[in-house]
Design a protein around this ligand. Structure first.
Ligand SMILES: NC(=O)c1ccc[n+]([C@@H]2O[C@H](COP(=O)([O-])OP(=O)(O)OC[C@H]3O[C@@H](n4cnc5c(N)ncnc54)[C@H](O)[C@@H]3O)[C@@H](O)[C@H]2O)c1
Ligand SMILES: [Zn+2]
Length: 651
């Protein structure tokens, strides 16, 4: 969906996005003539607009499509076009720009092994010119983080800007952003990134994509509460490239298993990665090679997949998930894409299958993520879909629940029961013996509930066909999973109550102790930030349905750690309050006082909003600031008053 601003931008450039898109995407590679119908300026304008909205956090096309137009189209028509030789400018914040301590450039890109080899040949030539032995050179591979580029000189954090001048965004550190990997400040270039799994779990409902989220972390205006939380959870960090996991070795070692090294490094971090960076480690040679206006010659980004995969669907197979929702899984004509052979893709839900015509014989375009199971991006030629009437696992008649087909037989549906048991162990995370295969066998031997699993001894496991060693191992794991400390919110999330993932469990248990969850009213839940009325009713129903299992498992004696804010009987006066510090403080640094307040369950914001409870005003705070805060209904307190609250009662 384009915003009005984006549409305006696009129309300003008097460019018909659709017709250009068609011209560019329609198999440019196979049919270069189509290029003749697009002018160089049209292409460059299109790229400029795409780049502007992309850097603002709302891309209108995928990176692959962008690179496709950039390289396969513009570079082919005119390799000297200025757009190809500048660092793409970022949108500026208000305020002045500052000179960057070093130039921050873009990277040259390669999409094939051939291009990598051509780059290495240029390195080899330069090495010879310097009298160095190419065989001795060390190459380094690091994951190419797809975050927000920045430079930390220890004093200030800069945006990349236009590569020469950036802007001061040190505010992100004041907001509590940490350096990844327990790193210190001042490690140079890096990126602000957010953990992929955390994003999917806790942020996906609030931000369209990680880029959107990163942009919000940097923005001057008040930080979104979910973004603040992600910072506090250390899920969003500044990751200096110097601390990235890396592979190093000679060229010979590199090409001996190029795919293998690339793949390993690509998947080393839980952040969005859009390729790997290859570079040489020799400083003298790096200086000798230098840079163009656009990129360093000693560095190369290797990306995969410039191909468009149009694939035919063989059939769409329904799969019952833990919650009873039926996931449509499309089986495909096996297709090579980004170096992997794909044969399956998922559609979001059956409504999409019906609306888009995702049936046997349909021609689809795959999202070229090259990771896990790809998603269906677009349907090119629809076909009559098959809509299942019965659950593939238990045969019960399916019902529609909004966009989803649902098997309502949750008490007796094998898929739902097995998937729920598997979910429990996966979320608990302190064991690794209870994956799909183990659970399947247990199910075949009549096991239906997690507490039954905990009751099994080694002999019983053996009787179900597990080997003696594995049986003992399973028993040990079960014991360990009860002994090892587990956070109360993780334990609760393991039950898989609808709408109660890790994030929501953590939020709920910051306000109510675990043993009280069955007494909660809708009002109690709605009172907690982040819970809507509709959700509250569902959650209460969900809790009811797990009550028996919950009590039985608690009876087994798990080592459950209560959430910190509820450690004391009485809640502390700062618990659940949002504070903002301003002015000069005397009893400790802002950081230290924030930490102490957070330890009592308070949230610390960076600027005052209607949600702020207290503005703690130190010395030298203008009347303007305190008055504005009061107008928003915020209580302004002195540092002494804050300390009284902090150390007052509640201990
Ligand atoms: N979807 C769109 O509409 C759209 C629009 C514009 C740009 N883009 C994307 O952005 C790209 C161009 O952006 P760019 O100019 O930032 O170039 P780039 O994506 O090639 O990245 C260069 C940057 O990579 C970063 N980087 C990440 N990991 C690194 C590592 N391990 N070592 C060194 N550097 C590392 C650095 O910050 C450097 O500034 C395009 O190729 C495209 O993929 C997409
Ligand atoms: Zn079923």
């Amino acid at each position: 969906m384009l915003t009005d601003k984006q549409k305006e931008l696009i129309s300003q450039a008097s460019l018909d996005l659709n017709s250009l898109g068609e011209k560019v995407f329609c198999k440019l590679c196979e049919n270069p003539e189509t290029l003749n119908t697009v002018t160089e300026e049209e292409l460059a304008n299109f790229l400029k607009i795409a780049s502007a909205v992309y850097h603002g956090g709302d891309p209108i096309i995928s990176d692959d499509d962008y690179d496709f137009i950039y390289l396969a189209a513009l570079k082919r028509i005119n390799p000297n076009h200025p757009w190809l030789h500048t660092v793409e400018p970022e949108p500026a914040f208000a305020g002045k720009t500052v000179d960057l301590p070093v130039m921050m450039l873009s990277t040259d890109k390669a999409y094939s092994r051939d291009e990598v080899e051509r780059w290495a040949a240029r390195i080899e030539k330069a090495a010879e010119e310097l009298g160095k032995n190419f065989a001795d050179l060390q190459f380094k591979i690091t994951p190419k983080l797809d975050g927000y580029a920045a430079y930390d000189d220890g004093r200030m954090l800069y945006t990349r800007g236009d590569g020469r001048k950036g802007q001061d965004i040190s505010r992100v550190f004041e907001r509590g952003l940490q350096v990844a990997n327990q790193g210190r400040r001042g490690l140079g270039a890096g990126e602000i990134v957010v953990s992929r799994s955390y994003f999917d779990r806790n942020l996906a409902d609030f931000f369209d994509n990680p880029r959107n989220f990163q942009a919000s972390v940097i923005k001057e205006k008040e930080l979104d509460e979910h973004a603040q939380q992600a910072i506090e959870d250390h899920a969003a960090v500044f990751y200096p490239f110097a601390l990235l996991p890396a592979w190093t070795g000679s060229w010979a070692e590199l090409i001996a298993d190029f795919e293998g090294h690339v793949k390993t490094i690509w998947h080393k971090v839980d952040y969005d990665v859009d390729g790997v960076i290859l570079e040489i480690a020799d400083e003298e040679l790096k200086t000798y090679l230098g840079a163009t206006r656009h990129h360093h010659r000693w560095q190369l980004a290797y990306k995969e997949n410039l191909e468009t995969a149009e694939v035919r669907i063989l059939q769409v197979v329904p799969q019952t998930s833990r919650s009873g929702r039926i996931t449509p899984v499309a089986e495909l004509e096996p297709t090579r894409l980004s170096g992997a052979l794909l044969s399956r893709a998922t559609a979001h839900h059956y409504k999409m299958v019906v609306d888009k015509g995702i049936g046997p014989g349909a021609l689809i375009r795959l999202a070229r993520s090259g990771e896990v199971i790809p998603k269906i991006e677009a349907v090119i030629n629809p076909a009559e879909p098959d809509i299942p009437e019965a659950c593939p696992s238990c045969g019960h008649a399916l019902i529609w629940d909004n966009d989803y087909l649902l098997c309502p037989n949750n008490l007796a549906c094998p898929a739902q029961i097995s998937n729920s048991m598997e979910h429990f162990f996966r979320v608990l995370k302190n064991n690794d013996g209870f994956g799909a295969a183990t659970i399947k066998r247990l199910y075949e031997h009549g096991i239906r509930r997690v507490d039954q699993i905990y009751a099994l001894d080694a002999e019983q496991f053996e009787n179900m066909g597990f080997g003696p060693k594995q049986s003992q191992n399973l028993v040990d794991q079960l014991l360990r999973s009860r002994r090892e400390a587990v956070e109360d919110w993780r334990f609760l999330a393991a039950f898989g109550v609808f709408r109660m993932g890790l994030g929501n469990c953590e939020r709920l248990l910051a306000h109510h102790p675990l043993q009280n969850i069955f007494q909660l009213s809708e009002a109690d839940i709605v009172a907690i930030e982040g819970f809507a009325e509709k959700t509250a009713a569902t959650i209460i129903d969900g809790f009811k349905s797990i009550r028996k299992l919950f009590d039985d498992l608690i009876g087994l004696g798990f080592n459950i750690q209560a959430s910190q804010t509820l450690a004391g009987e009485n809640t502390h006066p700062l618990t659940g309050k949002t504070l903002v510090f301003t002015g000069t403080l005397h009893s400790g640094s802002r950081d230290e006082l924030s930490k102490q307040a957070k330890a009592k369950g308070a949230k610390v914001g960076s600027s005052v909003s209607a949600k702020t409870d207290y503005l703690v005003a130190g010395d030298n705070v203008g009347a303007n600031k305190t008055n504005t805060a009061r107008e928003k209904g915020v209580t302004v307190i002195s540092e002494a008053e804050f300390l009284a609250l902090l150390h007052g009662d509640g201990q």
